[in-house]
Design a protein around this ligand. Sequence first.
Ligand code: MRU
Length: 351
Amino acid sequence: MDYERYDRVRAVTWNDEALDLLDQRVLPMQQARVICHDVGRVAQAIFDLVVRGAPAIGIAAAWGLVLASRQIQAKNGPEARVALADATNTLNAARPTAVNLAWALRRMNAVLANAGDDWRVMLANEAAAIEQEDLAANRHMGRLGAALIEPGSGVLTHCNTGSLATSGFGTALGVIRAGVAEGRVARVFAGETRPWLQGARLTVWELLQDGIPATLIADAAAAHLMSTGQVQWVIVGADRITANGDVANKIGTYALAIAARYHGVKFMVVAPSSTVDMHTATGAEIEIEQRNEAELLGYGGQRTVAEGVRAWNPVFDVTPAALIDAIVTERGVVLQPNAQRMADAWSGADA
Ligand code: MRU
């Protein structure tokens, strides 16, 4: 497949001096960059959703630790690890649900455990490896996931799981890119993803950059769309997949899975193995991020709801494994996931 043709956007760029982030708060009307020279700025950018999407925040955090390493003195990796503990904790606390953040920081710290006086180089190499492996995983998952889709199918996706949310190509959007390239995906629908509008502001813009036509729907139109027979698969990403195959993803994913099952539409979750958390038994144990109610009570800084009204704003939900037809990672496809199938797929892995 001609990857460049279908994948032109890059959200996270390391330039040896600083971390350069495409500011996702102001897309698509402005293409502004936020340049982070220190770890505090990276943690704030993750919290503020300048950079977002589970794999992308893991990658940004890894580079954040590289920036932090420039502020400390240490003779070897273990010493550096102690000196970087505060930076690690600050990054880790930026967002709770996506496990990729903790995973990337664990991986960076593990490198330090065995590093000598070349620890700075090893840390930077590890961040680069995390970024490159993510792109390779996404391209591989694209092929695996697309193979499940019958030619001429319609798909519905949620949130933004594309190059904006990863090091490139995307997870669910990677499958859609590959599916379009192979003629399997004939129609792409994207839910607007209220309240932050990742679908409306990011996904359809990203697809437009790559020449993939997509139709935006209101989230509330999803069940009706399914009833018309125009979509055969719902394809989403994940922020955390637990040992029994439950999936935490953007709020609204669970409702899509229920509607899909009712209408006989298949449901696919696409995520790199860095999103799989075999140490958490079920989705019930996942911390669901709650964000500021202002995201619901207004738009663009302008209040749209009567003063005095309060809002509840959980930004992720958990889809039970029983509603999922396929989990696609770069290690392979788990059909009809459950604890046994996940354990079989992950046996021997150092997840
Ligand atoms: O709050 P966000 O925009 O970071 O949420 C992102 C999602 O829920 C994505 O679906 C998920 O991280 C997968 S991104 C490849």
